[in-house]
Design a protein. Structure first.
Length: 495
């Protein structure tokens, strides 16, 4: 994954700034509450939702255990269908492959389907450096691109913008990217959508090269699958002569029949729809070599690792690779709702970003070391995840890695991380707790002493604990420890 954004502070500092923005918080609160309520109603319609969730988890776990076999099968299937497969170990290699493929066509612009993988590797910036213009065609991504902004949500990248802000962006920026916004453009959603449609239509009709990701890849047939709601993806996937798809290796599923599960769970968890309006599937080349055909004449699949096999080596953390990018966890997360996506310093914000980014990028930077702490551990994210990723479990696992260090896999090599800076007091407290809990007699004496001195207990903690009690009151110390209460109870209970 490309580095964090220039000057990006750790999550606590970035979040502290974000929560002071009243407009941002209002935009996020309205959007996330609306989506989560609609999702709850859509999911409640299915009596077998829990079984679908378990089935999706089982398919993804099985595939990850046998990822090498299914990726080779996928390569063979895509090749047999006329496509070309490229393997990219990291972001630099993936960007180089795509840039060279575009240059080989002689074109200097591409249209793009919304893709988290291409954002992850910074493809737009790499293409721009090579003199190639990349145009986003998803409405929310278009808003972000025109606004010289960064995505703040997996599903709705411009969730932090309201209608008035979008109108102003269109008026100011559309003309420098192509067809300008209509005169007198208002903030009615229909007007904004029509302005985007007119702006993008000329790009669709002119573009000879398209770049996409994929929600799923079927090893059995070599089929790529893209879910979308607007139809812009369909235009990109069928009109250009060359199609380049950059897809993370974890997106493979074994058989076409496995899609039956995700065709039900992904739309309901993401857009709260029974099925998404556009499901585009293609296998290898389109029939455009014929006189009356459509679809690409050349198809290239770039299989992206970029830290995924390192993540796969972690028995606890690997479950993050089950993610199908529905964003349900973001919409229920109280931390995301208040801090927004930019505070996470990654294209993957929210709870899933808090466990995925530190594994793909490592915990060496200040922002990545802080992400596992960007959670209350309330568990709401696990409850809504359609593939049952236990995000709280992985968060705790990564917190231990940050504080204690230990063995991890980086670039395919087993290394030992040193503890991150700034956690000396936490490590000392945990060691003291371990020493105390290993000695029942000392623990009992400490509990009794604390109970007797309860009137002297402070309302706020000193030193490193002060920040914690700035917004919380310490619970009162009970007059009797649980151990003493239980002993007395046992004595009084008749045998």
């Amino acid at each position: 994954m490309t580095g964090t954004y220039l000057g990006m502070p750790a999550f606590p500092a970035a979040a502290r700034e974000a929560v002071r923005d009243d407009v941002l918080r209002a935009n996020l609160r309205h959007a996330t509450h609306t989506i989560r309520d609609k999702r709850a109603r859509a999911v409640a319609e299915l009596e077998d939702w829990d079984r679908l969730r378990a089935a999706g988890k089982a398919v993804k776990d099985h595939t990850l255990r046998h990822l090498d076999r299914y990726l080779l099968q996928l390569e063979a299937s895509v090749t047999a269908a006329g496509g070309t497969v490229h393997w990219a170990a990291d972001a630099d290699e993936a960007n180089r492959i795509v840039t060279d493929l575009v240059r080989a066509t002689g074109e200097r612009e591409v249209v793009k389907v919304k893709s988290m993988a291409t954002q992850e590797i910074g493809l737009n910036e790499a293409l721009e450096a090579a003199g190639i213009a990349a145009y986003e065609t998803d409405l929310a991504e278009l808003i972000v691109q025109l606004g010289h902004d960064r995505p703040s949500h997996i599903l709705v990248p411009a969730i932090h913008r309201n209608r008035g802000e979008i109108r102003d962006i269109f008026r100011a920026e559309m003309g420098s990217w192509g067809r300008p916004a209509p005169e007198g453009l208002g903030d009615d959603p229909r007007e904004l959508a029509e302005a985007a449609r007119l702006h993008l239509r000329e790009k669709f009709l002119r573009a000879k090269v398209a770049v996409s990701g994929a929600n799923f890849m079927v090893a059995e047939t070599g089929t790529m699958v893209v879910f979308e709601s607007e139809g812009n993806g369909r235009m990109c996937l069928t009109l250009p002569e060359t199609l380049i798809s950059v897809v993370g290796v974890e997106k493979v599923v074994p058989t076409f029949r496995d899609l039956e599960i995700f065709l039900q769970t992904l739309p309901r968890s993401s857009t709260a729809e029974r099925m998404n309006p556009y499901t585009t599937m293609w296998t290898g080349l389109g029939p455009s070599k014929g006189a009356d055909g459509d679809g690409p004449a050349a198809f290239h699949l770039v299989l992206l690792d970029n830290g995924r096999t390192d993540t796969l080596a972690d028995e606890v953390g690997r479950q993050a690779l089950r993610c199908i990018r529905c964003s349900a966890c973001l919409n229920v997360c109280p931390v995301y709702e208040r801090a927004g996506g930019h505070a996470y310093g990654s294209v993957y914000p929210g709870p899933i970003g808090a466990i995925l980014s530190p594994q793909l990028r490592g915990t060496g930077s200040e922002i990545d070391a802080s992400l596992p702490y960007a959670s209350t551990l309330c568990g709401a994210c696990y409850e809504v995840c359609p593939v049952a990723i236990d995000i709280p479990e992985v968060l705790v696992h990564l917190r231990e890695r940050v504080v204690q260090g230990g063995p991890v896999t980086r670039d395919g090599i087993r290394v030992r991380l040193r503890p991150a800076h700034g956690h000396t007091a936490e490590r000392a407290a945990m060691r003291a707790a371990r020493l105390l809990l290993d000695r029942p007699g000392a623990l009992r004496a400490g509990e009794r002493l604390l109970a007797r001195a309860r009137r002297l207990a402070p309302r706020r903690l000193p030193g490193p604990g002060r920040a914690w009690t700035d917004t919380r009151e310490l619970p009162p110390v009970p007059a009797q420890s649980f151990r003493d209460w239980w002993t007395a109870r046992e004595r009084e209970t008749p045998q």
